[in-house]
Design a protein. Structure first.
Length: 343
């Protein structure tokens, strides 16, 4: 028996098979997420991707004991319902776990993608060797995961660690969650791009320093403009980076972590992001938690979510194991089907 893992994202569906003895990720398959048929189409695609993974490692579907799915959040692990993730059009309160069970007939555990990425970085990436980690992913939205004494902080509804929706400016811009001034509304990739568009709209004198098409600029374009000395790009990005810095300060004060790991596309912005975070942390954080922590870039890139699911498959998180099969949390829940076969 083996565990199948899936990373469902707005852009890609990825899957792999986890074996206890061999390579943690075998039979990797990746497809562009097919949004054309809504959630039911994507769920069917998950089934196809998984069967391809299973076939490629020489297993049959009957060898798969359980399934762990990293999904765009918010998700309630207890009910397996996914609530309107921003990158998944037409997904409103989708009972993903029960639909996957109907389709695949294996017990399934769902985990919020930011929490999965946090687990991946904690066990296999930037946080490995630490006990207390805060993970912040800054991409289309802002998500997070908090690990306290080696345990993912979940909360009674499984929604802890929504760092993107901490209030940074109580009179700030509208956030999709209904609140105003959330970190996500100020500093996500989407917010950086749209704030840049608003800043340069109608400014006739704006001549972008980098070769940026201002009307279609993405967050990455804003970063390029900022490095090239484009004034609106620089001030918008610095404001976003300062907001992330304030978010990091709040996390240092709340959780006293060993490490704060910044992932997601915006984390590729380099010194203009990390020097700004350091400046804000130096100016605002209390000395004791500040000295205990380092702030660093994530290292697993696009693999973080899948690796978090692997950590759960290997029984690194008690909540996953007990929900899967009631086994001792320290015991891995699966081993390689290929190895188990009498050949
Ligand atoms: Zn919000």
């Amino acid at each position: 028996v083996s565990t199948a893992v899936v990373d469902l994202g707005g852009t890609y569906v990825r899957s792999a098979i986890v074996s206890r003895e061999g390579e943690p990720l075998r039979g990797r398959v990746q497809q562009r997420t097919d949004h054309a048929q809504g959630s039911d189409g994507v769920i069917a695609q998950i089934g196809r991707v998984l069967r391809e993974s299973v076939a490629s490692v020489g297993c049959g579907w009957e060898d798969i004991e359980n399934l762990i799915v990293s999904t765009p959040g918010p998700v309630t692990p207890q009910t397996g319902i996914v609530f309107s993730p921003p990158n998944m059009l037409g997904w409103n309160d989708v009972p993903l776990r029960s639909k996957l069970f109907e389709l695949l007939h294996v017990p399934t555990v769902l985990v919020n993608d930011a929490n999965a990425a946090a687990l991946g970085e904690f066990y296999f990436g930037a946080g490995s060797g630490t006990r207390n980690m805060v993970y912040i992913t800054v991409s289309t939205g802002i998500g997070g995961g908090v690990i306290v004494e080696g345990q993912l902080l979940s909360g009674p509804s499984g929604t802890a660690g929504e760092i993107g929706h901490m209030t940074i400016d109580r009179t700030g811009p509208q956030c999709k969650c209904g609140n105003v001034g959330c970190l996500e509304a100020i500093a996500s990739g989407t917010a950086i791009a749209s704030r840049f568009h608003a800043a340069v709209a109608g400014v006739e004198s704006h001549e972008p320093a980098a070769s940026v098409d201002t009307s279609r600029a993405t967050a990455a374009d804003v970063v390029r403009g900022a490095y090239a000395g484009d004034e609106p790009a620089r001030s918008i990005f610095l404001d976003a980076a300062e907001a992330i810095g304030v978010g990091v300060v709040n996390c240092l004060h709340l959780f006293n972590p060993d490490v704060v790991v910044i992932g997601g596309g915006v984390s590729n912005a380099g010194p203009i992001l990390f020097d700004t975070i350091d400046r804000i942390v130096g100016a605002r954080a209390m000395p004791v938690p500040r000295q205990a922590a380092i702030v660093m870039k994530a290292v697993l890139g696009d693999d973080a979510g899948l690796m978090g699911a692997v950590a759960m498959a290997l029984g690194r998180t008690p909540s996953a194991s007990t929900e899967l099969s009631g086994v001792d949390p320290k015991e891995p829940v699966g081993h390689g089907c290929a190895d188990a076969r009498p050949e």
